[in-house]
Design a protein around this ligand. Sequence first.
Ligand code: ATP
Ligand code: MG
Length: 140
Amino acid sequence: MATERTFSIIKPDATRRNLTGAVTKMLEDGGLRVVASKRIHMTREQAEGFYGVHRERPFFNDLCTFMTSGPVVVQVLEGENAVARNREIMGATNPENADEGTIRKVHAESIEANSVHGSDSLENAKIEIDYFFKPEEIVG
Ligand code: ATP
Ligand code: MG
């Protein structure tokens, strides 16, 4: 087991419903530690850059519109196998397929408005953390 860092976003559907604390508690109860956190309103440019891998997907434009529709909370999470652990705690992309007790099962509104993002690999976690945080903003 290795201590890792992963990147998380509490998405606009969750901040709009005042669920920042509820979602963060589920992450913490799942064994992850918040070592950086800030509330931002993403620009279109930031969202398009962040989701660049999905540029050719049919949902790309709507996704960028959704992610800029309100504030988000970007976080760095630390813990044992944090990348995989976070994705377990989040549940499947489509809340209809998410396991009971996961963030998306409990809180997500739809496959798009699914409350949280989590990095899908350690390599992408590093890229995504660097995209939003300066090293001095992360305090372990
Ligand atoms: P995330 O990257 O946000 O953690 P994920 O890795 O589970 O989620 P991806 O396949 O990377 O899912 O998709 C990125 C995001 O795009 C999803 O979280 C969701 O908000 C949106 N999305 C994915 N598939 C669809 C779809 N079929 N229709 C609408 N939106 C979608
Ligand atoms: Mg993804």
